[in-house]
Design a protein around this ligand. Structure first.
Ligand SMILES: *[C@@H]1O[C@H](CO)[C@@H](O)[C@H](O)[C@H]1NC(C)=O
Ligand SMILES: *[C@@H]1O[C@H](CO)[C@@H](O)[C@H](O)[C@H]1NC(C)=O
Length: 189
């Protein structure tokens, strides 16, 4: 048994060492390439401006609650989770040009005031940004005039994006529908 144990241990060490050697054999090339590439790339700054249509009422809502707390009830709706596929337009009017969609979730994450956790991908579908995305992750105190949330990444033309989104409510109704103006500033490669 003792010998078997040693053999198994040795076998595992060899296996581990092999895969480790395998890794350091491969990695320098890939990493070097990556750095070579990035050095020739220029950081760019892009500003975006659009309107976010969060429609929760009517026959065609684009945002809907998907989870709620079992028993706990708070004035801030703590625990409610909403999934959205909201239209983004160039102007406040719903019939203006659609530039993309905001796909993701917002959830009431604050017990004492109205504060949402936002986890959203902005998926653009027009012009030079068609097919590119930006990912937003932040706290949205919706009753404040200006809310500032981090942009934590991106894809396509927005690779390695980081930046800031500011949100300002443009209009809302008593059914809970809201149109929100977004200004986004990102640096990316
Ligand atoms: C868009 O809707 C507004 C009303 O909200 C209307 O006045 C305007 O004519 C519409 N424009 C188009 C292009 O349909
Ligand atoms: C955006 O890209 C998709 C897929 O490549 C394409 O089908 C669509 O026509 C493009 N839209 C615009 C407005 O360029």
């Amino acid at each position: 048994m003792g010998n078997l144990h040693i053999h198994v241990t040795l076998f595992l060490i060899v296996l581990f060492a092999q895969s480790y050697v395998h890794c350091i054999d491969q990695d320098p090339i890939a990493v070097e390439d990556w750095f070579k590439g990035i050095e020739t790339m220029k950081e760019k700054i892009t500003k975006l401006h659009f309107y976010f249509h969060d429609i929760v009422s009517g026959n065609n809502p684009t945002a809907m609650r998907v989870a709620k707390p079992n028993s706990y009830i708070s004035l801030t709706g703590f625990g409610n989770v909403v999934m959205a596929d909201d239209v983004l337009t160039s102007e406040p009017e719903a019939n203006s040009t659609i530039v993309g969609r905001a796909q993701g979730m917002y959830a009431s994450a604050s017990m004492e005031d109205l504060g949402f956790l936002m986890t959203m991908n902005f998926a653009f579908n027009s012009g030079e940004f068609n097919g590119s995305t930006l990912s937003l992750l932040g706290r949205n105190p919706v009753l404040h005039e200006y809310r500032e949330m981090p942009i934590v990444g991106g894809s396509g033309v927005f690779r390695m994006a980081r930046g800031i989104a500011t949100a300002k409510t443009y209009s809302f109704n008593l059914l809970g529908d809201a149109i929100v103006e977004y200004n986004v500033l990102v640096s990316h490669y």
